[in-house]
Ligand binder design. Structure first.
Ligand code: ATP
Ligand code: MG
Length: 333
């Protein structure tokens, strides 16, 4: 039987962090054996808000690829490919821009939030406003039906499916398939500063290559409940960043439920809670960091993984582009 196809990716704007791990990497690891999985190093999308710094976007191609391999993405099962070297993606993006209005792009809740977070005001790069159409091109070019992403991405998958329906309606047949976002229960991981989302650009991340000292310092600086002044005061669990992280990374749910009850009643100190979290994060990150250090000693190998993956992806995406242009009945020479 044919395996279901998965496409996801990451902008090459910095090394990956715990938000990526909880939001999508964990699912990608789970899926890679019994799905056909493609991972896109999204350097073109990274440029949409980093055009002033192409060097950063270039350097982080290798960083993100190293993170993939270090967390256990297996290039034998998963195709890792580079967006800027897949021209069919850019061509499909141009085509899809005709199937979405500027007003619809401006209404996209993710885009709205990101425009605000980046402080663009009226100076929104056109590429940034239009990246949902490019993302639709990425997903459909691989004919992906599953997209494991963080919760912030759900409106983008919805927008992709709108474009898919319009194209199919215009073609008068089903050339493209709709995709489903696969979102983890843990939701969006907040930043260590308590802001709504841990993000590379937000400077509030714990990276998957963080040193033991960096992990310790980040956990130490985390907000808990500001009303929990003395150990015996009753504390609040909801919105408490340390508990949000424990929810995402503590595998002992029974013990975690017990700690939550104890914290609510009073008598459980923030220090004890933070030590538990720190220990869990140190254990999670240490093997990733060590594998990453080894992989970084053989960058030729990493490069060949990207090169081979991009070749495979090129065939796939060119075939879809042909189907779409022919399906829409464009002129053929
Ligand atoms: P940037 O700040 O450059 O946009 P980012 O940290 O937001 O970077 P992306 O490359 O935009 O990372 O996101 C890649 C994937 O990781 C997406 O599926 C996104 O939903 C997921 N992701 C990123 N940050 C988080 C988070 N804090 N919680 C859950 N998922 C996340
Ligand atoms: Mg982002």
């Amino acid at each position: 039987m044919k395996k279901p196809i998965i496409l996801t990716g990451d902008r090459t704007t910095g090394p990956l962090h715990l938000g990526h791990y909880a939001g999508s990497l964990r699912n990608r690891l789970r899926f890679q054996k019994d799905h056909e999985q493609f991972l896109l190093l999204a350097d073109m999308q990274a440029l949409t808000d980093n055009a002033h710094d192409p060097g950063k976007v270039r350097r982080n191609v290798i960083e993100v690829a190293l993170d993939y391999l270090a967390v256990g993405i297996d290039p034998e099962c998963t195709t890792i490919c580079l967006q800027s070297h897949l021209p069919a993606l850019a061509e499909l993006s141009m085509l899809y821009l005709n199937f979405v209005s500027v007003a619809r792009l401006e209404r996209n809740p993710t885009i709205k939030d990101e425009i605000k977070a980046r402080g663009f005001g009226r100076d929104i790069p056109a590429g940034f406003l239009c990246y949902p159409a490019a993302q639709a091109a990425d997903i459909t070019a691989f004919k992906a039906t599953m997209v494991p992403v963080g919760e912030d991405q759900a409106p983008l998958i919805e927008q992709t499916n709108e474009i898919v329906r319009r194209i199919n309606a215009t073609a008068g047949k089903s050339i493209l398939a709709e995709a489903r976002a696969v979102i983890p229960k843990s939701g969006r991981l907040p930043g260590v500063d308590g802001k709504a989302k841990m993000s590379k650009s937000g400077g509030n991340a714990i990276s998957l290559s963080a040193s033991p000292d960096q992990i310790r310092a980040a956990v130490k600086a985390m907000y808990t409940d500001p009303g929990h002044l003395r150990v015996n005061d009753p504390g609040t669990v909801e919105g408490n960043v340390v508990f949000t992280y424990l929810d995402a990374f503590d595998e002992d749910q029974t013990e975690l439920d017990r700690l939550k009850d104890h914290y609510r009643c009073g008598g459980l100190g923030d220090g004890t809670l933070k030590s538990r979290l720190e220990e869990i994060l140190q254990e999670l990150i240490a093997p990733i960091r060590e594998r990453r250090q080894l992989l970084a000693q053989d960058l030729d190998h990493v490069l060949s993984v990207i090169q081979e993956g991009t070749e495979r992806a090129r065939e796939r995406t060119e075939a879809t582009k042909k189907e779409v242009t022919q399906g829409l009945g464009l002129f053929r020479l």
